[in-house]
Write a protein that binds this ligand. Structure first.
Ligand SMILES: [Zn+2]
Ligand SMILES: [Zn+2]
Length: 373
């Protein structure tokens, strides 16, 4: 049953003497506007049906002549009934109408496909993660064949139109039921949707349109990256088929642990070991940081477990501003092997000490607080 009794020329917005190209162009333009992915017009589907019907009639010289002479009635008596389709199957419809998708890859036949994504792994030092680094990653990728340009056809030869699907790449199975007529489109098995048969496949790629190429990818690892994060490099993956978009490369980044530091988010932790004498008398010690050694002045009486915070000396914030902190944990090492003389001196020291030697102005609670500051 026809979807409309409106004038087909009017529907397509073309004059009565419009040529084939004008009609096709106009249909493409109007169809695109009504595509459900683009349009939220509530009557888009109904209007689309009208439009398709108009196009089906005017794009066929036979039907067009019948319509020109006898109008809708002429078509009906001529046995014309417009294609039935459901909106979920628009890609198929466009493919059958145009031979390929008018919406690019999304509506294209199965022959045009986006290339697959690729995975790669790199390992970097913590210091490299701190300042950012460019790493060259070798990998193998399916690239568009240079000999045939990706169509798989040996240069100098021509593919022939597939006889089974007559070049549409699709087979339409029409079934009738009490609900009407259903058309199911399926990919043509002979040409796998390409619409052509390649009798002379490209010798370099054996008709695949792609060859394996060794490549190197320079991956910019941003400062502040964390272990286990992935970087996506767009469009450097496997080539698509028949002009499909290339896939992406996902680079998994391992950040090697650095024996000097422990990383916790954007903060860096390290430890300094003081002798009991350094701790008691105070000392200036060199502390390794991501930026190199930093002198840290510790007062007399510094205690094990105290933490000194070097502000902004930690890891940079990934894709942000500023840096984390570097926290230095104070450790005091107690002598393990004493000579006779050292033992005697320590005993003397002990005898000369009393409670006041170890007194602190800071409560235990305050000390704990400072550890977590
Ligand atoms: Zn080739
Ligand atoms: Zn075919």
């Amino acid at each position: 049953m026809a979807a409309t009794d409106r004038d087909y020329y009017e529907l397509l917005g073309v004059p009565r003497d419009a040529d084939e190209t004008t009609i096709k162009k106009s249909f493409r333009r109007l169809a695109r506007e009504l595509h459900p992915d683009v349009s939220d017009h509530p009557e888009a589907e109904a209007r689309f049906r009208e439009l398709t019907e108009a196009y089906e009639v005017l794009s066929s010289s036979e039907r067009r002549a019948l319509y020109d002479r006898y109008g809708h009635a002429g078509l009906r008596s001529g046995g014309f009934s417009p294609t039935h389709f459901d909106m979920g199957n628009l890609g198929d419809l466009f493919a059958s109408l145009f031979g390929d998708g008018i919406f690019g890859a999304s509506a294209g036949g199965p022959a045009r496909q986006r290339g697959a994504d690729l995975g790669a792994e790199i390992e970097i030092e913590l210091a490299e993660a701190a300042r950012g680094v460019t790493v060259t990653v070798p990998f193998e990728v399916a690239a568009t064949c240079k000999t045939c340009g990706g169509d798989g056809v040996q240069p100098g030869t021509e593919p022939v139109t597939c006889r089974r699907c007559e070049g549409s790449g699709r087979l339409h199975q029409v079934s009738r039921s009490v609900f009407g007529e259903f058309v199911r489109a399926q990919t043509c098995p002979d040409c796998r949707g390409r619409g052509v048969i390649i009798e002379h496949p490209c010798r370099d790629c054996e008709g695949a349109g792609r060859t394996i190429e060794a490549r190197e990818l320079n991956v910019d690892v941003p400062a502040g990256i964390h272990d286990g994060q992935r970087i996506r490099v767009t469009g450097e993956g496997h080539a698509g088929t028949l002009g499909g978009r290339a896939g992406d490369v996902y680079v998994l980044v391992h950040v090697k642990p650095d024996s000097r530091f422990v990383r916790e988010g954007n903060d860096i932790y390290s430890q300094v070991d003081l002798t009991i004498v350094q701790a008691a008398l105070g000392a200036s010690v060199d502390v390794e940081t991501l930026d190199g050694a930093v002198a840290l002045d510790l007062p007399a009486g510094v205690q094990p477990g105290e933490v000194r915070v070097l502000r902004g000396k930690g890891m940079p914030v990934l894709q942000g501003f500023g840096r984390g902190d570097h926290r230095v944990l104070i450790n005091v090492t107690v002598p393990r092997q004493l000579s006779e003389e050292q033992r005697r001196l320590l005993q003397e020291f002990e005898e000369a000490s009393d409670e006041s030697t170890y007194r602190t102005d800071e409560s235990f609670f305050e000390k704990l607080k400072s550890a977590f500051r």
